[in-house]
Design a protein around this ligand. Structure first.
Ligand SMILES: [Zn+2]
Length: 344
């Protein structure tokens, strides 16, 4: 299961309808908590994200709207008895802030600190790329290795079935049949996360062929001077980054509180986003990673007409509605919100 859960969508200050930034990326067995701003712990409850699902926390930079939720989330993980290691990634120059936030939370979580000071792979399939903001900032990209999709009709024509198919996948050849004879390339899925930045090469690199691209969208095009001053993106710039990179789904977020309605920003981004689908995120939206499908030529193209698949409740952070339930009815949070729990 791979999906993005949007926990908050406001920059700088929260609003009545938008919490500070925060995102949870569910990626198979991993759970990445990205840029937890204030209030993230409570947003996780609304969104149905259990603290035990967080395996990795990624900070783009140490401005408050991207990290002040950290102590609360760590404290909650301790209360919930999370016993697996949690990796914390952040720009090296943010060390002092990060250590202070972690110290406030106290101990109780097996937290491993991983500062980074340059572009590169920081974990299996997880890259950081420098962005251009007022403090050291990195975007994140998660990449699945490219693979191959087996074609049942070609397997059948080759007379292959059962355990021998696994052998073919492992060895690349069984007898006279090569893996490439009975399969087509399957590009690995890509998720990219571009937060506070002016337009820059790093943002372009991150957007390159992203299946799901999240970008900040702090300002409308008419406020481009502010965007330049504070090194943020306008909606149009966010759209261009997605369009130029061939991204498939662009999720806009990190809106300035000056825009009560962000539909105009989405339209501005869409106008420059080429083939990318563009959605302005609301708090508690869920976005499944778009699927790919093969075409007979062996090339790949997006699934036509695929909806943005926004499934989350679009209420305010104070909405009484619970988040989208887990498949299979798994309880949203261990112990439940109402249950008695020890003092933190
Ligand atoms: Zn910010």
């Amino acid at each position: 299961m791979r999906e993005l859960v949007v926990l908050g969508t406001s920059s700088q200050v929260p609003t009545r309808t938008r919490n500070h930034n925060g995102y949870f990326l569910r990626w198979d067995g991993e759970g990445l908590l990205l840029d937890p701003g204030e209030g993230t712990q409570r947003q996780m409850i609304h969104a149905g994200v259990a603290s035990s699902r967080v395996t990795r926390i990624c900070l783009t930079h140490v401005h408050g709207d991207h990290c002040f939720g950290l102590p609360g989330v760590l404290s909650r993980m301790a209360v919930d008895g999370v016993d697996h290691p949690v990796q914390l990634h952040y720009p090296a120059s943010g060390e002092e802030v990060v250590r202070a936030l972690v110290a406030v939370a106290g101990s109780g979580v097996d937290l491993r600190l991983h500062p980074h000071g340059a572009a590169g792979e920081i974990a299996d399939g997880l890259d950081v790329v420098p962005l251009d903001h007022r403090v050291e900032t990195y975007g994140y990209r998660l990449r699945e290795p490219d693979g191959r999709t087996l074609l049942p009709e070609r397997l059948a024509a080759a007379g292959l079935s059962g355990p021998v198919v696994g052998e073919l996948q492992r060895q690349g050849r069984v007898g006279r049949v090569r893996l490439e004879d009975v399969s087509v390339p399957r590009p690995g899925q890509r998720f990219a996360f571009v937060m506070d930045t002016a337009p820059c090469i790093g943002a372009e690199e991150l957007a390159d062929r992203a299946d799901l691209l999240v970008t900040e969208c702090t300002f409308a095009d008419e406020d481009a001077a502010l965007a330049t001053d504070y090194r943020h993106l306008t909606a149009g710039q966010a759209g261009s980054i997605a369009g130029d990179g061939g991204a498939r789904l662009l999720v806009l977020t990190h809106f300035s509180s000056r825009y009560p309605d962000v539909a105009a920003l989405a339209a501005q981004a869409r106008a420059r986003a080429g083939g990318a689908e563009v959605v302005a995120a609301a708090d508690l939206d869920h976005f499944p990673l778009p699927r790919r499908r093969p075409v007979p030529s062996g090339a790949w193209m997006p699934v036509a007409g695929m909806p943005a698949a926004v499934t989350g409740p679009r209420g305010t952070p104070d909405s009484r509605q619970a988040g989208t339930p887990e498949p299979g009815g798994r309880p949203a949070l261990r112990g439940g919100e109402e249950g008695p729990r020890p003092e933190a």
